[in-house]
Ligand binder design. Structure first.
Ligand SMILES: O=P(O)(O)OC[C@H]1O[C@H](OP(=O)(O)OP(=O)(O)O)[C@H](O)[C@@H]1O
Ligand code: HPA
Length: 182
């Protein structure tokens, strides 16, 4: 995408959730996660790239001991529909007997999180929890995948902002937008 096009995209987009609404949603998630996980000594995996902004705002709000790690799995590749999952970085810690938390920006069709959860469960973890800022509302979800902590439920549009990209751009906002016409 050329720079002028990136500017046109955000100028014409629909603002779905302001910065303040996103931060309030992250505050709510943090409170729920603190109640559920404060004594669990979890290892928290951020799913790159999209989970970075959510994790950067969420983790400082979790007022209990935890370890941080990351993994990278991707299936959209700058497109607006997902393809085959490409594992760029698999989890690399000893997870046997651990409580694991996965943090990502969005649960859309759920194929990404389903594959991540399946892989992590196979490492012999004690339990696993999924936290996403956005759960997209539609009936195309992969079987059996559900988030335990959800910040916002959003209509079935193509979103960007707060980690989510449109053609590689605009992950770097806190507000959440929908692309005009998508
Ligand atoms: O529920 P799904 O339909 O599987 O989609 C959700 C996934 O898609 C996005 O990642 P993407 O593939 O764009 O990789 P990226 O975060 O590295 O850009 C997003 O960050 C989620 O991980
Ligand atoms: O709506 C979306 N926007 C950006 N990235 C995504 N990955 C899955 N769904 C989306």
């Amino acid at each position: 995408m050329e720079l002028p096009e990136a500017l046109t995209i955000i100028d014409n987009a629909d603002l779905l959730h302001s910065e303040a609404e996103v931060l309030a949603a992250i505050d709510r998630m943090a409170s729920q996660m603190t109640v559920a996980l404060k004594d669990a000594n979890p290892i928290v995996y951020t799913v790159l790239n999209g989970g970075l902004i959510v994790a950067g705002n969420l983790l400082p709000r979790l007022k209990f001991p935890l370890e941080m790690s990351y993994l990278h799995a991707t299936r959209y590749r700058n497109e607006t529909s997902g393809g085959v999952l490409d594992w760029k970085v698999k989890p690399h810690d000893d997870l046997k007997g651990r409580t694991v938390v996965i943090v990502d920006d969005i649960l859309d069709e759920g194929h990404t999180l389903a594959a991540i959860v399946e892989y992590i469960k196979a490492q012999g973890v004690k339990d696993i929890h999924v936290a996403v800022l956005v759960d997209k509302l539609h009936n195309r979800k992969a079987e059996g995948i559900k988030a335990d902590f959800v910040g916002l439920k959003v209509d079935d549009r193509f979103l960007f902002g707060c980690g989510m990209d449109y053609q590689g751009y605009w992950r770097n906002t806190l507000a959440i937008y929908a692309v005009k016409g998508l």
